[in-house]
Design a protein around this ligand. Structure first.
Ligand code: C2E
Ligand code: MG
Ligand code: MG
Ligand code: MG
Length: 288
């Protein structure tokens, strides 16, 4: 082991530690302070019903506004937050902040839509998740029916009994549950059927070249049909082109989310562009 002195603090690291690891240690230290220093920010991406041309929800997507590195995408720090259990306070902040934002929109008299919040496995494993969610909803004064929680398949198969118990509790409040990135995990259909799920979200990797790749088209078709047969909602993520929209519409999958309609945006911008002028035909003006 060697010791390095920077300023007045000591950093220990072993010979084999590469710079990326060192970087991630630094990132971890900075992440501890990010919450206190209000460096976390939520972006919101509309979920639209293409059939009625209405906004039906927004997904809250976390970014870290790092003082030096600028805006950092969640894929680069959520894994660190999960390893360090920082995801617990961060996740609670995300939930409170996004529920508060939605309540604000509701209080302004904007049309009603839901807020989708991503939960990580680590959050789902804490045994007071239900209490935390209940508290946040009552503090904020948001009705539970507007909250959609997005879970991944891999989270679901980790601890089956706890998962089912917590899901049932959340459902009893009126919260909706969506399976994110559906089709990329390892859950069996039989097991999924036993869970109180409302929505399947088709992973964006399947849609990506759905109009050229027969396999992706087959998978997308299968997920849509599965959802329809099981009486679940189905929403496609990663909708980027008119071709995507047409492919999905032809299969009666009208719930869509993606850059074609809008990139994730700050709350003020989404208010301006999507909610305030109530001209839903303008959805398509943001296309690439
Ligand atoms: P996700 O929940 O599957 O979110 C969808 C991701 O796809 C977002 O990436 C979004 O910006 C991106 N996306 C949306 N439309 C398009 C499109 O048309 N094309 C392409 N190529 N991408 C599109 P983002 O914001 O970088 O988030 C990545 C992942 O990080 C999320 O995937 C989610 O798993 C996780 N995440 C984000 N926020 C949170 C959070 O608050 N808590 C937890 N636990 N995880 C979060
Ligand atoms: Mg999601
Ligand atoms: Mg996803
Ligand atoms: Mg994802």
């Amino acid at each position: 082991k060697s010791k390095e002195i920077t300023g007045n603090s000591y950093h220990f690291f072993s010979e084999g530690m590469d710079t990326r690891t060192f970087e991630s240690v630094k990132l971890e230290n900075a992440l501890y302070r990010a919450l206190d220093h209000e460096e976390l920010v939520l972006y919101y991406q509309p979920q639209v019903d293409y059939l009625t041309q209405r906004i039906v929800g927004v997904e809250a997507l976390l970014r870290w506004n790092h003082p030096v590195k600028g805006l950092i995408a969640p894929d680069q720090f959520i894994p660190i937050a999960e390893e360090t259990a920082l995801i617990i306070p961060i996740g609670e902040w995300v939930l409170r902040e996004s529920c508060r934002q939605l309540k604000y929109w509701q209080d302004q008299g904007y049309p009603l839509f839901s807020i989708a919040v991503n939960l990580s496995a680590r959050q789902f494993e804490q045994n007071n998740l239900f209490a935390m969610v209940t508290n946040v909803l009552s503090e904020v004064g948001l009705s539970a029916e507007y909250l959609h929680l997005e879970l991944t398949e891999n989270l679901i198969i980790k601890n089956r009994e706890l998962t089912l118990k917590t899901m049932k509790e959340l459902k009893s409040l009126g919260i909706k549950i969506a399976i994110d990135d559906f089709g990329t995990g390892y859950s069996s259909l039989g097991y999924l059927k036993s869970l109180p799920i409302d929505t399947l979200k088709i992973d964006k990797s399947f849609l990506h070249d759905v109009t050229n790749d027969d396999d992706n088209a087959a998978i997308t078709n299968t997920i849509i049909t599965l959802a329809q047969n099981l009486n679940l909602s189905v929403i496609a993520e990663g909708v980027e082109t008119k071709q995507h929209v047409e492919f999905l519409s032809a299969r009666e999958c009208y719930l869509m989310q993606g850059y074609y309609f809008s990139r994730p945006m700050k709350a003020e911008d989404i208010t301006k562009d999507f909610i305030m002028d109530r001209d839903y035909s303008k959805f398509e003006r943001n296309q690439l």
